[in-house]
Each structure stands twice: as structure tokens, then as C-alpha cells.
Write a protein that binds this ligand. Structure first.
Ligand code: SF4
Length: 392
């Protein structure tokens, strides 16, 4: 019998691989006047973009599918790969369906890319999204609301609809629904990783980056229903949490290679933007939904390398996650030259070591072609954890 979940994964894969953004162009054909607004990782307030009649489109570079010819000439050699492939795609016309791009404040590379974009594509809308690093509602909260108002106003000047609080309330409700279904999928992955492979969950969640929230929720629900009907047998793999890949994504084949090496990835930060708000965005009675969106980011934003954590201890939340997932160990997989991830690595590893959580690490580039060494390393890690013990 054919596996209905597999057809959904294939559909998601074709959306993820659609580097010319034909699904986005199709959306625009069906939404005359609607703007498609790209955004770099990790997170932008997608409900805000949808509330003003635009389609937010998550951009994750070119993966291993393109040759970089012009993109390299804009950057020094010792930075990560994603800005090069992003420029390459744009210069090749692959992003022609986009009306603008948002550059969230996660690192200097993304900031510089935003500045470069402004010079390369002066007619396109380009905005730097300065996410708050002060989590006081009266300071960072007010600032973030002003940032969101500015973006909505600038997009309105480009043809988007005016920001209507009721439309935003509706989009927040849709986002909450999507988030709840992703949480359901994550719980299923943790409970029965042999039923839902991490690589499948990755594609199903990532496809939503170029879809309306409502359609994505439908896809997620269909997938969960389909995998629940699978006849599967438990496999005795090692349960790992993978972190460090929150921006540039590893090649898809590398995720598959890790699975084949005996690791069940039961939690990860691949598509962190989709999970950035931990739990629903709650709107209090009579509250401006924009304030609620800001409050959710301040109070419920996931800990990640680009977010200031004050006096908290780096790695402590990861140790908690490992325990919550009942994981056996951690794989730290960061893009080469990813400063935010690599600056965190020693502190994260120290926290894992202190908590007796086995861990290993490697670096990748989105266009990495050979993973035999990484696969062997992951296989040896999985064997070592099986032989000598998991996280206590
Ligand atoms: S991979 Fe790291 S360094 Fe590169 S753009 Fe992303 S966060 Fe910045």
C-alpha cells in the first residue's frame, strides 16, 4: 500500500526546492495587488505581514542546488555561505516574484546583506528588522511595536493594505493554530521517532515558509493524520537533539545521512522561526494585537544565539530540553563561520559536559557535497552513547 504521508512529504519537498518561487508567483496571480515579502532567518512577525495582505516568504539561501558565480564576489571568504547564495539567486532573477525582503537583526552578515540589497536592488522594498534585545515591555516592547508599525506603514506605501487590528487578531489566531499543530507534530516525533523522521518533519514545516498560514496548517494536519496510520516498528536508535542550524540550513542529504547513522533527531532548531514563540500569542481583553505580538516575542521568545539572555546561563535551556525530550545526547551542527552559533558553542558544550550530556559537533556549509566523515562521526557518537551511556 502506498504511504499517503510520503506524497505529502514529496509535495513539501517540491515547495522547499522551488528556488524560482513559482508557488509565490502563483499566489500573486491569485491575489492581485498582494505583495510577496521575503525574509531572512530566523524570525519576523509573519502574522503582521499576512494581516496587511502580503505573503511572507522565508528565504534560506540556495542550499546545494546552485553554483555560486557572482555571489562570491560580494563577500570576503571567511563568512558563512547563505548570503552568497542568496545574492546569487537574486541576481539570477530567481527572486523576481518578491516585492521586498526583510533582514532581521540576527548577525552582522545579515545586516550587511540588507545594506547590499538596498544598493543592488534599489527599487525593491528592503527593511532591516531591529528585533529588541531589551525585554522590558516599556522599553523593548514599545520599540518593537514601533518597528512593526514602521514596516506596516512602509509596506502600505508600496501597496499593502492598511493595518487593521481585527485582521491582525485573525492572523494571530491562525498563527496560534499553526503553532499548536507544529507542537503536536514535535510531540509525535519525540514519542515515536520511527513514525515521523526528522527529515520529513523538516520538509513539512519548512514548506510553510512560502505558504499562507491557513494552507500550511492544513498540510501539517494532513501529514499528522497520515503518519498516524503508518504501520511501523520501533527502531533502537540514539535520541539526539540537534542545535546550531538555526539560520543557514544543512544540505537535506546531510539530515538524511545523520538519520542513517543511527540517530533519531527528536528536537532541533532547523526551522526556529516557525517555533520562535513558545506557545500561543495571547491577546488580553481590549489589548492592541500589535502589543500582544511584541509581548509574545519578549516573554516567550526561544533562547537562541542571536537573543540576549542577560544573567541566564547559556546552555541551561538546552540541558532542560534534552531532559524534556528524553534525549541521549546533543549534536552541535553549525554553519562554517557562523559567528553567533560558534561563539555560543564553548558555553553550550560546557553546560552539556557539566550536566553529563554526551555531545559531539561538526560544521557544515549549505552546499557541502561529501558527508562521509560526518556520517562516520555521527555513527561513532551513536555507538558510543549506546555503549557507554546517555544523558543522566
Ligand atoms: S549562518 Fe550565522 S553568520 Fe551566517 S547569516 Fe546566519 S546567523 Fe549570520
Amino acid at each position: 500500500m502506498t504511504d499517503p504521508a510520503f506524497a505529502l512529504v514529496e509535495r513539501a519537498h517540491s515547495i522547499v526546492d522551488d528556488r524560482k518561487l513559482s508557488t509565490v508567483a502563483h499566489w500573486k496571480d491569485n491575489h492581485l495587488g498582494g505583495l510577496a515579502i521575503g525574509h531572512m532567518p530566523i524570525y519576523v512577525p509573519r502574522p503582521l505581514i499576512e494581516a496587511i495582505g502580503c505573503l511572507p516568504v522565508a528565504l534560506f539561501g540556495g542550499g546545494d542546488a546552485i553554483d555560486i558565480i557572482r555571489g562570491d564576489s560580494y563577500f570576503q571568504s571567511y563568512i558563512c555561505h547563505i548570503p552568497r547564495s542568496t545574492v546569487e539567486l537574486a541576481l539570477s532573477g530567481d527572486f523576481d516574484a518578491l516585492d521586498g525582503v526583510l533582514f532581521p537583526s540576527i548577525c552582522d552578515v545579515i545586516r550587511n546583506l540588507g545594506g547590499m540589497w538596498r544598493m543592488l536592488f534599489p527599487k525593491a522594498y528592503t527593511a532591516y528588522v531591529d528585533l529588541p534585545q531589551n525585554f522590558d515591555r516599556d522599553i523593548g516592547g514599545k520599540f518593537y511595536v514601533l518597528e512593526m508599525r514602521r514596516i506596516a506603514r512602509e509596506l502600505q506605501e508600496r501597496g499593502a493594505q492598511p493595518l487593521d487590528p481585527d485582521a491582525l487578531r485573525e492572523c494571530i489566531a491562525l498563527e496560534n493554530e499553526r503553532r499548536a499543530v507544529i507542537a503536536e507534530l514535535d510531540a509525535l516525533r519525540r514519542a515515536e521517532p520511527w513514525r515521523v523522521k526528522a527529515s520529513e518533519a523538516y520538509l513539512i514545516v519548512r514548506a510553510g515558509g512560502a505558504m499562507e498560514t491557513k494552507s500550511h496548517t492544513l498540510l501539517l494536519r494532513e501529514f499528522i493524520t497520515a503518519v498516524q496510520q503508518r504501520t511501523v516498528r520501533p527502531i533502537d536508535n540514539v535520541r539526539v537533539v540537534l542545535v546550531g542550524s538555526f539560520c543557514e540550513q544543512p544540505p537535506f542529504a546531510l539530515i538524511r545521512a545523520l538519520e542513517k547513522s543511527g540517530c533519531d533527531i527528536v528536537d532541533d532548531d532547523f526551522q526556529l522561526g516557525m517555533r520562535m514563540i513558545d506557545g500561543p500569542i495571547e491577546i488580553a481583553e481590549g489589548e492592541d494585537p500589535l502589543d500582544a505580538l511584541a509581548r509574545a516575542y519578549l516573554d516567550k521568545g526561544q533562547e537562541t544565539a542571536s537573543r540576549y539572555i542577560g544573567d541566564l546561563i547559556k546552555g541551561a535551556s538546552l540541558v532542560r530540553r534534552v531532559k524534556e525530550c528524553n534525549a541521549d545526547g546533543v549534536i552541535f551542527a553549525a554553519a562554517s563561520f557562523c559567528d553567533p552559533a560558534l561563539l555560543d558553542q564553548p558555553m553550550i558544550e560546557a553546560a552539556l559536559t557539566k550536566a553529563s550530556v554526551p555531545h559531539t559537533s561538526f560544521k557544515f556549509a549549505e552546499n557541502l557535497g561529501q558527508f562521509s566523515v560526518i556520517r562516520e562521526q555521527a555513527g561513532a557518537f551513536s555507538d558510543a552513547v549506546k555503549l557507554w551511556g546517555a544523558a543522566s
